[in-house]
Design a protein around this ligand. Structure first.
Ligand code: PLP
Length: 350
């Protein structure tokens, strides 16, 4: 049986078009005097996000790490919604490399969502010399471990305004900002409004083999280029990778198809009694009391997922068709009597 891989939207393979673009990419030495194709990709993504400049990085973790290093001084505190990728899934780079102190804000506005008032409260007032300094808000849109939930452009704007009112910088982890914008019917620049830096992934959902772009003001991105080099992320003929990234952007208008696949999967699972919310984007969390045994049973049906807290995470992507989703539902129907799901006592991740 062919495996149906819902583990992540990073499992996609580069398309024939990407491989051709990579083979034919115009390249230069990006460390010495820039690579023209990387330059083209960086300008294109910065333009989409309404920022002055962009910087290609090999991964989203590096882009976020660079952003935190740009914004934080040693011992400064940063705020992020609970279970944000920068808090729990980047091996502590916020502390190890950026020397910042994390503060997780609980989801008071719903899964993955925080309120402007929480930002205002947590940021605190300037205070006397012995006051802890909170200097950065990290947002995440869509919120991965909350199940791909998204902030609207208006919610995003209110959070940024509140942060700015407290003199906080704002970094937006927009690994799947594409998905948030598509789900909200909003432009990418509206979804990135006011953020000092934004990272977006070309390898999440869009199909590029690697690469993220960190965008922001021109001076900040020049500093980011230095930090990228320090981290070993200065590459030479990176145009080979950037060419795939440019090609991957052509998938943007098709993102809603992946959301449709996730909704169809959720409907199918719900029809056989699974507790499945209506997914907002391409991530579906199905709560189960015993994730390891559920994973093993699904593996017998060659349906691959990842555990996230006490839920199973299904992610739809361009390499799974609607027919694949239907097939997954049928395979799961065949084993559903052995799978238990419950909302009781189960909270994804927290
Ligand atoms: C995957 C992910 C990242 C990191 O991207 P990598 O390219 O895997 O390093 C950052 N933030 C979020 C929300 C993600 O889902």
């Amino acid at each position: 049986m062919r495996p149906l891989d819902f583990r992540s939207d990073t499992v996609t393979r580069p398309t024939a078009g990407m491989r051709k673009a990579m083979a034919e990419a115009e390249v230069g030495d990006d460390v010495l005097d820039r690579d023209p194709t990387m330059d083209r990709l960086e300008r294109r993504v910065a333009g989409l996000l309404g920022k002055e400049a962009g910087l290609w990085t090999p991964s989203g973790c590096m882009a976020n790490g660079i952003a935190l290093m740009l914004h934080l001084k040693r011992g400064e505190r940063f705020l992020a919604p609970a279970q944000a990728h920068v808090l729990g899934s980047e091996l502590g780079t916020a502390a190890w490399l950026a020397q910042g102190m994390p503060e997780a804000l609980p989801w008071e506005a719903g899964p993955g969502r925080i309120t402007p008032m929480q930002v205002w409260r947590a940021a605190g007032a300037p205070g006397p010399y012995y006051t802890l300094r909170t200097t950065l808000l990290c947002l995440e849109n869509t919120h991965n471990f909350a199940g791909g939930t998204c902030l609207s452009a208006a919610e995003h704007r209110e959070l940024v305004e509140q942060a700015q009112g407290r003199n906080l910088k704002v970094h937006l982890d927009g690994a799947r900002l594409w998905h948030a914008a598509a789900a909200q019917g909003a432009s990418l620049d509206a979804m990135a409004w006011g953020a000092d830096t934004v990272s977006v992934c070309l390898s999440k959902g869009l199909g590029a083999p690697m690469g993220s772009v960190l965008c922001g003001g021109r001076d900040l991105i020049e500093d980011a280029r230095r930090i990228r080099k320090m981290l070993g992320g200065g590459v030479r003929q990176g145009g080979v990778m950037a060419a795939a990234g440019l090609e991957a952007l052509d998938y943007l208008p098709r993102i809603p198809e992946d959301h449709e696949k996730a909704r169809r999967l959720a409907d199918g699972l719900r029809s056989m009694g699974f507790k499945a919310p209506v997914p907002e984007t391409n991530i579906l969390l199905v709560p189960v009391p015993d994730a390891p045994s559920a994973l093993a049973i699904l593996e017998e049906a060659r349906v691959r997922v990842l555990p996230v807290g006490s839920a199973l995470r299904f992610i739809t992507h361009r390499d799974l068709t609607l027919a694949d989703v239907d097939e997954a539902v049928e395979r799961i129907r065949g084993i559903s009597d052995r799978l238990v799901t419950t909302w009781e006592g189960v909270r994804p991740m927290i």
